[in-house]
Design a protein around this ligand. Structure first.
Ligand code: SAM
Length: 294
């Protein structure tokens, strides 16, 4: 069989041949961001498991895909899992989609994929849109190493606690956020990471009002507040990692942290310069940054 041809087993095939579970990415806004292969797979599988059948219905209608859909989301996935695994084992191929983007990425599907793998069933990825990757690809912040954190907790105390755990992470941080909490989340980030930390707000990617804004957290807060439109839609927030400090630097930062509550920035910088043998200007900059973060 040529490499680009899919094998769709069915109940008519030998019982020893199972179907496959296809994990299919769908567009995150622009319906044209759908692959030819995804269209063919969705046309040929026996069933499409969809987070929201009405939402997926719009996509299927756009591409004239007539395959039947069933609702599959976080509230029913545990109870339906065995049924669909048995169906795949019996020879049917099934596709899993979410409302937008790549299934499992802050979306349902993990228990099904894990169980299918544990039972040795073929699980086939159909890559495509994913808001994390789309945002990182245009952010202008380092992407060679990053941490995807998904949604932060809804409650303020838990959100700040989670951010505290990430404060010294040197890799680029990526978060998902909704219109309801974007302001509170940026506020929390300023509180924990400091107002000068660089970050990106990527809003409504691939849609008509797409915006990607790179600035300090303080400037992004001002930008958000400057127009009601900036608060609408779906968001990816990317935050620059903490600056990696050499052991010497981290001792100097520790010393400055101890001094700053008691003496002025200039005096703290002078003491730190004498202690470390570093330049006064450099110590002054560091002291200023630490002061603004506190
Ligand atoms: N599975 C999806 C993916 O692959 O990106 C993510 C699903 S998650 C439930 C939805 C969140 O993804 C939104 O709240 C937002 O943070 C982000 N998102 C999805 N589409 C987006 C878009 N077009 N622009 C910016 N962020 C988006």
């Amino acid at each position: 069989m040529p490499e680009n041809e899919q094998q769709f087993s069915s109940r008519n095939d030998s019982n020893s041949v199972s179907g496959s579970l296809y994990v299919v990415a769908t567009p995150i806004g622009n319906l044209d961001d759908f692959t030819q292969r995804a269209i063919e797979v969705l046309q040929n599988v026996v069933l499409i498991l969809a987070e929201d059948t009405r939402q997926t219905g719009k996509l299927l209608q756009h591409y004239s895909i007539k395959t039947q859909t069933r609702s599959y989301h976080q509230h029913n996935e545990a109870q339906l899992l065995d049924k669909y695994l048995a169906q795949i084992k019996a020879g049917d191929s099934i596709a899993l989609v979410s409302d937008a983007g790549t299934p499992l990425i802050s979306d349902p599907g993990f228990p099904l994929v894990r169980a299918a793998r544990e039972q040795g069933l073929p699980v086939v990825p159909l890559p495509g849109a994913c808001a994390v990757v789309a945002a990182l690809s245009v952010a202008g912040l380092p992407v060679s190493r990053f941490c995807f954190e998904g949604f932060l907790p809804a409650k303020k105390a838990a959100r700040l606690q989670q951010l505290q755990l990430l404060k010294n992470e040197i890799r680029t941080l990526v978060f998902y956020e909704s219109t309801h909490r974007i302001t509170a989340t940026i506020e929390g980030m300023i509180e924990v990471f400091g107002q000068n930390r660089r970050a990106v707000i990527a809003r409504e990617l691939t849609k008509t009002f797409e915006q990607v804004q790179l600035d300090s957290l303080a400037a992004l807060q001002t930008w958000l507040a400057s127009s009601a439109d900036h608060l609408k839609g779906e968001f990816v927030i990317i935050v620059d990692g903490a600056k990696e400090e050499s052991p010497d630097q981290s001792r100097v930062s520790e010393l400055l942290g101890l001094l700053l509550p008691h003496v002025g920035v200039k005096q703290a910088a002078q003491i730190a310069a004498e202690f470390s043998g570093g330049g006064r200007n450099q110590m002054y900059e560091l002291a200023l940054a630490l002061k603004s973060e506190s």
